[in-house]
Structure formats: C-alpha cells, structure tokens
Design a protein around this ligand. Structure first.
Ligand SMILES: [Zn+2]
Length: 205
C-alpha cells in the first residue's frame, strides 16, 4: 500500500483483524462468513504532509501539531501490527553514483532459507505453526526466554516508547528471527536491540 496515510481511516482499521488473526469475518443481518486472509503487508508513507521531516537538505514546513495529525490517522493499534518500520532517507550523491551493488539476492535468499529451516525444525512437533510470526504465548515462553540484560533492555524500551503487550510479543518474534538469521540458538541482547529499533519510526514524530 503506497502512501498508507492517504487511505481512509476505516479502510486502515479493517486491516487490523487479518493482520492479527489471518482471517476476516464479515457479518451481515442473516449470516456471517469467515475468509482466510494471510498476507504480508508492505506499506510506505511520507514522514509528514510536506514529506521532508528528517530530511538533511530540505527543511520540513509542518508544525509539530500538523505532524501529529498526520500520524494520528495511522492508529497505534495498526502500527502495533507492523513489525518492521524502517525510515528510508534520501540518498547522498556519492551513494547514488556508487558502483558496488552490495550483497547478491541469491546470497540473502540462502540465509533466509536457512533461518526458515531453523524455525521449521523448532516447530516440527506442532503442525499449526510454520514460522516465528505464528508463535503464540506458550511458544514465546519456550523459545524466546531472555537473560537479565535482554529483559532490562526490553523493559526500558516498553517504558520509553510506551509499547503495548502486543508490540512486545512482536518484538520477541522479530528478535527470534534475527537470531535465526545469525544462526544463534538463544536470544541475545543484540537481537532484542535490533528488533526494538524496527518499532520506533512513529515515535520519532
Ligand atoms: Zn513536513
């Protein structure tokens, strides 16, 4: 969904159920039906109505109140369900002209496949679950236990960023995947720290 904040608010609110539960239920007077609806949501939005908040060259012409209004449409409960929030900044001229292409997609693919295998192995005795995102509370307790340092880090972030219980669960799932991508058996501080930083974009306004 390009320009997420341009969609009508009720359209955005409808996304909440399928993003959380993987289905949509539609109720009419005579009956209600449930449709499967599992998908990956990829969405983009400007940082504010003028589009320049945080830009190193062009100053933002919005007032703090206008920026707040802009983000108010993307409600907390919707943003809670978006696991990876990434600010995409303007490229510097030297970055635009750089010749090197970085890591090849095939290499990244291998790493992702290995992480998925790790997760599949973890859930081999549970036919309901295929990947970390589908973990429920008992799985989180079993597979995302934290040492004291990681717990303190997470508690600090919850307090500082005003995160909900749902956001915390999602941080744990993302951290589990980051650990799987790095081939780590247990969750460590750096996995939690990286997962937390993917949830901060709406709190920067
Ligand atoms: Zn602006």
């Amino acid at each position: 969904m390009d320009e997420l904040s341009e969609f009508k608010r009720n359209v955005l609110e409808y996304l909440r159920q399928p993003l959380e539960d993987g289905f949509v239920s539609i109720s009419r007077t005579r009956q209600s039906v449930v449709f499967p609806s599992q998908f990956t949501l990829v969405a983009s939005t400007n940082p504010c109505s003028c589009g320049y908040f945080g830009d190193p060259i062009q100053p933002c012409s919005c007032s703090p109140h206008q920026r707040q209004q802009y983000w108010a449409k993307l409600s907390g409960p919707l943003l809670d369900r978006i696991d990876l929030q990434v600010a995409v900044n303007r490229l510097k001229p030297e970055e635009m002209t750089r010749q090197s292409l970085g890591e090849a997609s095939a290499v990244v693919r291998e790493r992702v496949a290995a992480a998925r295998d790790r997760a599949a192995h973890r859930f081999r005795e549970d036919s309901q679950i295929r990947c970390n995102a589908e973990m429920r509370s008992p799985h989180l307790r079993q597979f995302c236990s934290l040492d004291e340092g990681s717990r303190n880090l997470l508690e600090g972030a919850i307090r500082r960023l005003g995160l909900s219980a749902r956001a915390m669960d999602r941080i744990l799932k993302v951290a589990r995947t980051i650990a799987d991508l790095g081939g780590a058996e247990t969750l460590q501080n750096q996995h939690i720290a990286e997962a937390i930083q993917y949830r901060t974009i709406d709190r920067l306004q």
